[in-house]
Design a protein around this ligand. Structure first.
Ligand code: PHE
Length: 490
């Protein structure tokens, strides 16, 4: 079978940037930033980007390109048995896309609601009751309500959109990414200009960026910076491995990694300007200082606070539709990259047609996603999200560093990447992959582990945490084992 290819280098770079840039840049980054020292956090963030983020991108690009395979095939070419581990990252990505697509369904509902400004009266009630129909706990699913039907329909639309975006694999993605990367960027510029010209905006920006350098002495600030980098760059999900395996033989890996890393960081920073400009305005309208706004972080931001800000703007319906269109176009290429990570792995192993692999993966993911559309959905979504990002992702990246850095030999990937790149990496790269990144990861996983032993995440209780957290981790490892054991086709 001839391996599929990108149309050109630009298509690859845009696809990788599209995967990296997502909801994580627009609402997660700005809040992590202000909670951890504002402007000073940018220093920790850039250090994290250079010391682990970009090295890991180079690692994944180098591995996929050298081995010409998605994650499982690439790992099996190192040592046959490592194919088992190679399935882990793509299955984590698969779990994430089951709920990431539900957040896209919220965006669709809000895009439509923006036309009539249905959320203007009571933004919080509109989110929790009208949209989610939230129940009192994880085991009360709430039945077949109108909220469920709305979200399930939105989910269905999201999945149709995802399936069509990757219809013929890299060929289709090569065309789609011009829209899904450039449109959100144009919209982001509109929102930055709108955000920083609103009355009160400067107070918001001061809140976001005033540096508190003393925070840099606090280890938890550094851990926050590293966690944000892993999630935001989409490393540890096998996506970048699959994407670089579709590159032509002659290419420049190191340069590409720097471009993708910096584009992602820039988007996060600029996203923060729009968000905090808007929050400054919100505080101004309410006559409160920015620090007293409640529910400033988490899903509340995108679906409660932002709608409230939009409702107060002149031309509210117009800005509302654009805002949710921006979130959707930011999310879509992250979503389909997670699908492609798994689809490409299945094609490598069983030689399925792209369409068949795509439809299989997508319909299973859609079905699982229906759980997150119920009245208890947000509880489960929150737990799964936390476990995937804080534990599963950490284990996945740690495994890559150990297996490639130590068993295969970081030096070989370095030589390979350098041999085809204009810009060459030095010894620092090997030090990052073999020593520095693993140490950071052990600290991250260790801290999280201690916290989880101390108490359940957000006090949801031990049973939900067991089911949506630990059990899913075990299921991922088991599924990876079965994929590895099952007979492929040559
Ligand atoms: N990097 C994306 C973001 O910042 C999210 C993502 C996670 C994408 C995992 C792919 C894989 O939102």
């Amino acid at each position: 079978m001839v391996r599929e290819h990108w149309d050109n280098r630009m298509a690859f770079i845009l696809a990788a940037i599209g995967s990296a840039i997502g909801l994580g840049n627009i609402w997660r980054f700005p809040f992590v930033c202000y909670q951890n020292g504002g402007g000073a956090f940018l220093i920790a963030y850039i250090v994290a980007l250079l010391t682990t983020g970009i090295p890991l991108l180079i690692l994944e690009f180098g591995l996929g390109h050298k081995m010409e395979g998605a994650s499982p095939l690439s790992f099996s070419k190192i040592v046959k048995k490592l194919e088992w581990f190679g399935w882990v990252p793509v299955l984590i990505g698969f779990m994430i896309v089951t709920y990431y697509s539900v957040i896209m369904a919220y965006c669709i509902k809000y895009g439509i609601a923006s036309i009539t400004q249905a959320y203007a009266q009571d933004p919080s009630g509109y989110f929790f009751n009208e949209t989610l129909g939230i129940t009192s706990g994880p085991f009360e699913f709430g039945g077949f309500t109108k909220q469920f039907i709305w979200l399930a329909s939105g989910l269905f639309i999201s999945w149709i959109w995802i399936v069509f975006s990757v219809w013929k694999g890299a060929k289709t993605v090569s065309k789609v990414v011009y829209f899904t990367v450039l449109i959100p960027w144009l919209l982001l510029i509109v929102f930055v200009v709108r955000g920083i010209t609103l009355p009160g905006a400067m107070d918001g920006l001061a809140y976001y960026l005033t540096p508190d350098f003393s925070k840099l002495l606090n280890p938890s600030v550094w851990l926050a910076a590293y966690t944000q980098i892993f999630f935001s760059l989409s490393v540890g999900f096998g996506i970048m491995i699959a994407y670089s395996s579709f590159l032509p033989r002659k290419t420049d890996l190191v340069n590409n990694a720097f471009i993708v890393g910096f584009a992602d960081a820039l988007t996060a920073f600029v996203g923060g300007l729009a968000v905090f400009g808007g929050l400054g305005y919100h505080a101004h309208v309410l006559g409160k200082p920015v620090s007293e706004l409640s529910d400033i972080a988490g899903p509340g931001l995108a679906f409660v606070t932002y709608p409230a800000i939009i409702a107060n703007l002149p031309l509210a319906p117009f800005f509302g539709v654009l805002f949710f269109l921006m979130l959707l176009t930011l999310a879509i290429d992250s979503a389909f990259s997670m699908v492609e990570g798994l689809t490409a792995s299945i094609i490598d192993k069983w030689k399925f047609s792209h369409l068949k692999a795509n439809l299989t993966v997508s319909s299973i993911a859609f079905t699982i996603g229906l759980v997150f559309c119920t009245g208890a959905g947000l509880f489960w979504l929150d737990i799964v999200d936390h476990f995937m990002n804080y534990i599963a992702l950490g284990i996945s990246v740690l495994g890559s560093c150990i297996f490639i850095g130590w068993i295969y030999g970081a030096g070989k990937i370095k030589e390979y990447a350098n041999s085809i790149s204009e810009f060459r990496v030095g010894k620092w790269w090997e030090i990052s992959i073999k020593y520095f990144t693993p140490i950071v990861l052990v600290l991250l996983i260790g801290t999280e582990f201690v916290n989880r032993v101390r108490g359940s995440y957000e006090n949801y209780g031990r049973l939900p945490e067991f089911l949506a957290g630990w059990l899913i981790l075990v299921l991922i490892a088991t599924a990876a084992y079965f994929m590895y054991k099952s007979k492929g086709r040559d």
